[in-house]
Each structure stands twice: as structure tokens, then as C-alpha cells.
Design a protein around this ligand. Structure first.
Ligand code: SF4
Ligand code: MG
Length: 315
């Protein structure tokens, strides 16, 4: 069983001066083995921070990250190091994370060699297998990243991540930089790899439409807090939280290529100084007096669905 649990409160030092902000505020996230969880929110909501915390890359100021009961934050534990290797991240811009002076073969093969997952003797065959699985022709393995298209570079990033035999992948805006047609190809690759390799994903995106196709369960974040969590079908058929509803209204449907921008009214407030009470109240069409002062807690509103909105108390 793959299980993350814990109250995660992360203080993220802002780039400017010594301002400190709770980028992620008391988030409880459990991901079951084999599950694909979509994590959605506008930029600055803390979803990337949460992704890095879950992957064990960024230590939270308080809280725990448990995987199969093993504390990922325990640096002295060999189990914890192994768990971290079994978690890989895939980012929006693979080019930024691919060493431009390394050939694809070495980008893909270096870590498995270091970690004893492959040997010098088996190296070439191992690299070929990883490339093929990610939809790349091994004939190009002596090439450098800049010789590939954006979609192919994302495939190189995927081949590199999978080469260390992870069972949990955190994708942070993994298709956001790609053209729509290429997005679909890469999403299909993720879906195929999931069943081929028994993977579990945390799929982070600002675009609810992107996670719709891949997620079993969707978690919606707003300014560092989870505001709604539900099975994917429920989020799309029967969203509860006003923020989720406004995000849904901005999802382009397949029949219309037109994307409606700025359906969620108003600017996102600064995460450095989030509004009191319900963080969403300045933009919420249903805001009541209570919303300005009292933080809504996540409560079960239907089987498997939780939402943090005071409107649910009135019902
Ligand atoms: Fe809107 Fe109030 Fe619900 Fe927040 S708690 S989403 S402000 S109705
Ligand atoms: Mg981000």
C-alpha cells in the first residue's frame, strides 16, 4: 500500500526579502496505490509546493510524509532513500531539466547505472528499452536534447524518470507547454504506462480539462488549502464548491476549441496575505458575512466527496 498522510504545513520563503508564507496550509492528502490523483488550482495556489513535498524533494516546516508507513523525511534511513528513488517528478519544461551537453542515452541511463538498476554490460539494451517504452526511437540515442521537439523532449524526461523503476510519479504541469495535439499523445502515454507498469500518479495541472482524462480522483486547491476533493466523475458531474464550479466553467469542451479566459472573477489574492475566513470570499458569488471571518472546514458532502464551503451547513 502506498499511502501519504500527514498534516503538511509548509513555509515557503518568498524570493523577495524574508517574507514567509504558508504556501500549503494543513493539507491532508492520501494517495492509494494504483490511483491517479489530479491536483488542480490556479498558479500560486501551492500545488507545485505540495507536489514537491509529497515527492520528498522539499521538506515541510511541519508535518509528515509517509509512504508505506515510512517517513520520507528521515534522511538517515536507507528505506527512506529507496522510497525517494521510487518517486520521480516530471516537470513542465523537460528542456530545463535535461542537461544540454549530455546525450539522450546518458540522460536516461546514468541514474540506473549509479543505483545498480542496470550494469555496464546491460547498459545499451536497458537504455533502448526505456526509450522505446516512452515512444522514442533508440536510433537517436546519441543525439542531444536540443535536437528533439518539445513532445519528444518530454518523452526523454519520462524515459529518464521511469528508468529508475519508480512506482509513483508526480507530474507537475507535465503537458502544459505542449500543443494540444501533442498534449493528448503524452497523456495517452501516461495512461498506457500506468497500466503497463502499475504506476500511481499525482497529476498536477492548472487545467481541469487536462486532469479529466487521466484522474480517478481530483483535489482542488485554492491559496494553499484543499477546497474540494472527489472522484473525477463527481467533480465534473456534480461539483460542490463555488471555486470548482467556476474552474469548470472555464474548461474548454471538446466540441468548442474556444477557451473562455477569466471566468473566475477577480484577481487571485496574494498568497503572502490571503483573505481571512474563506480564502475565496472576495471572488465568490455566494459569499456571506460568515465567509469573511470563519474558515470553512472540509466536510463530507456525498460519498467520497469533501468540500470546504459554509453553504453546505445551510442545507
Ligand atoms: Fe463562497 Fe462562502 Fe463557500 Fe467560501 S465558504 S466558497 S465564500 S460561500
Ligand atoms: Mg507550479
Amino acid at each position: 500500500k502506498l499511502d501519504f498522510a500527514g498534516r503538511i504545513a509548509k513555509r515557503l520563503g518568498a524570493n523577495i526579502r524574508e517574507e514567509v508564507v504558508h504556501a500549503v496550509d494543513n493539507v491532508d492528502l492520501t494517495i492509494r496505490k494504483g490511483e491517479v490523483v489530479g491536483l488542480v488550482g490556479e498558479s500560486g495556489c501551492g500545488k507545485s509546493t505540495l507536489g514537491r513535498i509529497v515527492a520528498g524533494i522539499l521538506p515541510p516546516s511541519e508535518g509528515r510524509i509517509l509512504r508505506d508507513g515510512i517517513d520520507l523525511l528521515n534522511r538517515n534511513s536507507a528505506d527512506s532513500r529507496e522510497m525517494k528513488l521510487r518517486t520521480q517528478m516530471i516537470f513542465q519544461d523537460p528542456y530545463a531539466s535535461l542537461n544540454p551537453r549530455m546525450k539522450v542515452a546518458d540522460i536516461v541511463g546514468e541514474a540506473p547505472l549509479v543505483h545498480g538498476i542496470t550494469t555496464r554490460g546491460g547498459y545499451d539494451a536497458y537504455v533502448d528499452e526505456q526509450m522505446r517504452r516512452a515512444g522514442l526511437d533508440p536510433a537517436f540515442k546519441r543525439r542531444y536534447p536540443h535536437q528533439f521537439s518539445g513532445g519528444q523532449r518530454q518523452r526523454i524526461g519520462i524515459a529518464r524518470a521511469l528508468a529508475v523503476k519508480p512506482d509513483f510519479i508526480v507530474c507537475d504541469e507535465a503537458v502544459a507547454a505542449l500543443d494540444v495535439s501533442i498534449q493528448a499523445q503524452i497523456l495517452n502515454l501516461f495512461i498506457r504506462l500506468r497500466s503497463e507498469l502499475d504506476l500511481t500518479y499525482l497529476f498536477i495541472s492548472h487545467d481541469l480539462g487536462v486532469v479529466e482524462h487521466i484522474s480517478d480522483r481530483v483535489v482542488i486547491m485554492y491559496l494553499g488549502r484543499v477546497v474540494e476533493e472527489a472522484p473525477s466523475e463527481t467533480v465534473f458531474a456534480n461539483p460542490n464548491h463555488p471555486y470548482t464550479k467556476s474552474l469548470l466553467a472555464s474548461v474548454p469542451r471538446i466540441e468548442s476549441r474556444k477557451r473562455a479566459f477569466a471566468v473566475v472573477k477577480g484577481e487571485i489574492p496574494s498568497p503572502l496575505n490571503p483573505p481571512p475566513g474563506c480564502h475565496f470570499h472576495p471572488r465568490c458569488p455566494h459569499a456571506m458575512e460568515r465567509c469573511r471571518v470563519e474558515k470553512p472546514e472540509l466536510k463530507v458532502v456525498a460519498p467520497g466527496q469533501r468540500s470546504a464551503c459554509h453553504l453546505n451547513d445551510a442545507a
